[in-house]
Design a protein around this ligand. Structure first.
Ligand code: NAP
Length: 255
């Protein structure tokens, strides 16, 4: 299928049908909290079997229980700290998914570190490496390990999570902003490499959303002035489901 790389404005009237993701196997990183937790629950609600990847097992267990209690397809928990994971860990994950499910239909690269908001002059080098690793290198390693599994899907979707500061640099956002610029670039490279395949690759910028990360970036902000993660799920569902079949290499704003 020929895919469009034209900029996409998300249609706010989009209504995902209840069976949108039926029989799909989807992995979400950072699935225990914030936007990742909402993605996992929304995908399961629309029929997907969700692999919940994250570093805090008790949070993943809560999401697992929520999905089970609402009658969604049985999810799977895959504990992994993206900061320390090695290529062999990603290889093991891909082997497990192949054994259990035979393929993968989607990945949401959602987990991220904010790091610190401070001038470049004072930015701690260890923190710089950690933020770049979790936000950029880990999604690259995970994607690399899973590409052969994505090729086994009839139509696969890879979603990267961007940010406003990944489009326009902003003082003091340091490694986080740089990692999000690079995420947009990586998405475009991968989209071009997979152009003649059934894999599509896109970015979402969720915009300001009421999460733990947002609260640590803007401690003085009233969280109640922000929308909740559940309220930005339609663009994620759109990009994860077959309605976005013909779209790859684009970055959409959820708000
Ligand atoms: P959040 O509530 O802090 O969630 C981040 C998730 O990433 C958590 O589940 C966290 O796990 C996980 N994570 C962090 N480091 C990890 C590691 N080393 N290994 C595995 N998992 C790790 O933040 P959020 O706001 O939902 O952010 C989700 C995505 O949206 C991020 O990519 C962020 O950059 C992006 N974003 C958010 C906003 C916003 O306003 N919220 C705006 C623009 C972009 P733990 O729960 O175990 O810490």
């Amino acid at each position: 299928m020929e895919k469009s790389k034209l900029p996409v404005t998300f249609n706010k009237n989009y209504k995902p049908r209840p069976t949108l993701l039926r029989d799909r196997i989807v992995l979400v990183t950072g699935a225990g909290d914030g936007i990742g937790r909402s993605c996992a629950k929304a995908f399961a609600k629309h029929g997907a079997t969700v692999i919940l990847l994250g570093r805090t097992v008790r949070k993943l267990e809560r999401v697992y229980d929520d999905i089970n209690s609402t009658g969604g397809p049985q999810p799977a928990i895959y504990p992994m700290d993206l900061l320390g994971a090695k290529a062999s860990d990603y290889h093991d994950l891909a082997c497990r998914i192949l054994r259990e499910y035979g393929r993968i239909d989607g990945i949401v690269h959602n987990a991220a570190l904010l790091g610190a908001l401070m001038p470049i002059e004072h930015y701690d080098l260890k923190m710089w490496s950690e933020v770049i690793h979790v936000n950029l290198t880990a999604p690259m390693m995970l994607t690399q390990a899973c590409l052969s599994l994505l090729r086994l899907s009839q139509d696969a979707s890879v979603i990267f999570t961007s940010s406003g500061v990944g489009r326009q640099g902003r003082a003091y956002w340091g490694a986080y902003a740089v990692s999000k610029f690079a995420t947009e670039g990586f998405m475009q490279v991968l989209a071009d490499e997979t152009d003649n395949s059934a894999i599509r690759v896109n970015c979402i910028n969720p915009g300001a959303v009421r999460t733990r990360m947002r609260a640590s970036a803007y401690p003085a902000e009233n969280p109640q002035s922000l929308i909740s993660p559940d309220e930005v799920m339609n663009p994620y569902l759109y990009l994860m489901g077959p309605d976005s079949n013909a779209i790859s290499g684009t970055s959409i704003d959820a708000q």
